[in-house]
Design a protein around this ligand. Structure first.
Ligand code: NIG
Length: 396
């Protein structure tokens, strides 16, 4: 098998358990996987060599929360929000109408283009959700066409109760026929547990069905106000609870309690519920930023994700999310990079495959147009992605 050596790396953030950073580093790739990591001076011989020109390298971003299956945009709603209106989940219906009108090819093209756009900014693993179909045929169609286009797919039939429908009846449809129809295509089931969307009882119905179907769960929780989302996610052993803007001390302690079987120093033991912070969404909806600093200090594993969607966060730029987490959420650069790589991988149950630069992992690498990773926050808003390797192939 041919080997590829990436060398002349000024700074390699491995994001391993010890947070090893190597100056003047090199990475050997074999059959799409990382087979050696170390100082360039000690690098083994290889069939092919790429000189990275003294640039910094990180693991590719693992974006664990997005909604790419949509058509249209909501720029008018955004403008109204900037003029003082608050975000309400009702805008989801606008996108649902636009999305239903697309042919399979049109919709698949939109998803593919968005996936490529994220890849070009360093996102080498990406989750996306359904949730703009909101009936049996459309949710099933969206799940089937998106499945081959992203690395992980989540069923979010429980995104909004369509106008004019009874909440109990719609939830029974989501938890029954819809879940049966999408089960083979999805990795997770998610619920938007919020006032104006799904209350505690309805959320329980959907999560209980997911468990019965053997599908891992996620919860959109505590985004627009305090609520039961975090505690439900913990109770159901969800892989993550996302948004987490409005937390009380009990929520934080409940999340921290899920990590007591986890040894962060060796990254072994049983993983708990990841708290996924979505800073681009918080800015775009003018919500208070999720308390990432407090969560980390309490011993909670966090992830950073883009939440790319047309309503609350129309960006898939993880460089921007990391910069915001450092500048506004008071994470260190190291913490933010870990949350956007390894943290995302934990939230998706793929931390054995991606999320760090370690031997045996997929060779997903983000080359920055900068000598050190600190430039991500030091030069916010600049295009700092130089090139991207996915599975050992230069893809951008
Ligand atoms: O994660 N909160 C629910 N879902 C999306 C927003 C969807 C929309 O407004 O279109 C989110 O922010």
């Amino acid at each position: 098998m041919a080997t590829l050596l990436l060398t002349n790396i000024s700074q390699l953030n491995t994001v391993d358990a010890a947070h090893t950073v190597i100056a003047d580093a090199a990475v050997l790739i074999e059959d799409g996987l990382i087979s050696w990591v170390g100082a360039a001076a000690d690098a083994p011989a290889a069939d092919e060599i790429h000189d990275l020109g003294g640039r910094a390298v990180l693991p590719g971003w693992v974006d664990s929360h997005s909604h790419l299956i949509f058509a249209g945009d909501r720029a008018e709603e955004f403008a109204a929000r900037m003029a003082g209106q608050s975000y309400a989940a009702g805008g989801i219906a606008v996108t649902t109408e636009a999305t239903r009108s697309q042919t399979d090819t049109q919709l698949a093209d939109l998803v593919s283009a968005r996936r490529r756009e994220a890849l070009s900014m360093g996102t080498t693993w990406m989750e996306t959700k359904t949730g703009y179909g909101l009936n049996l045929s459309e949710e099933t169609r969206h799940a089937a066409l998106a499945k081959p286009l992203v690395e992980n797919l989540t069923f979010l039939g429980a995104h909004l109760v369509p106008a004019g429908q009874d909440a109990d009846e719609y939830t029974a449809l989501v938890a029954g026929p819809m879940m049966d129809a999408v089960a083979a295509n999805v990795d997770f089931v998610d619920v938007f547990c919020e006032r104006g969307a799904f209350n505690e009882e309805l959320t329980r119905t959907v999560l209980t069905s997911a468990v019965a179907h053997g599908i891992a769960t996620k919860v959109h929780g505590n985004q627009l106000g305090p609520g039961p989302g975090v505690k439900l996610a913990v109770e159901f052993g969800s892989a993550s609870v996302d948004h987490v803007n409005y937390l009380d001390e009990d929520d934080v302690q409940a999340l921290a309690g899920t990590w007591t079987g986890w040894d962060a120093a060796t990254r072994t033991g049983s993983a708990g519920t990841v708290a996924t912070c979505l800073p681009a969404c918080d800015l775009s909806t003018r919500q208070p930023l999720a308390p990432g600093r407090e969560l980390l200090d309490a011993g909670v594993q966090i992830a950073l994700a883009s939440n790319c969607n047309p309503g609350t966060s129309y960006t898939s730029n993880m460089n921007f999310c990391v910069a915001t987490a450092v500048l506004q959420m008071h994470l260190s650069l190291d913490e933010a990079i870990e949350a956007a790589t390894y943290g995302g991988a934990l939230a998706l149950g793929v931390a054995d495959k991606v999320g760090s630069v370690e031997v045996g992992k997929r060779a997903d690498l983000h080359v920055l147009d900068a000598p050190v990773a600190a430039h991500l926050a030091y030069r916010p808003g600049m295009n700092l992605t130089h090139s991207v390797y996915q599975g050992g192939a230069l893809v951008s």
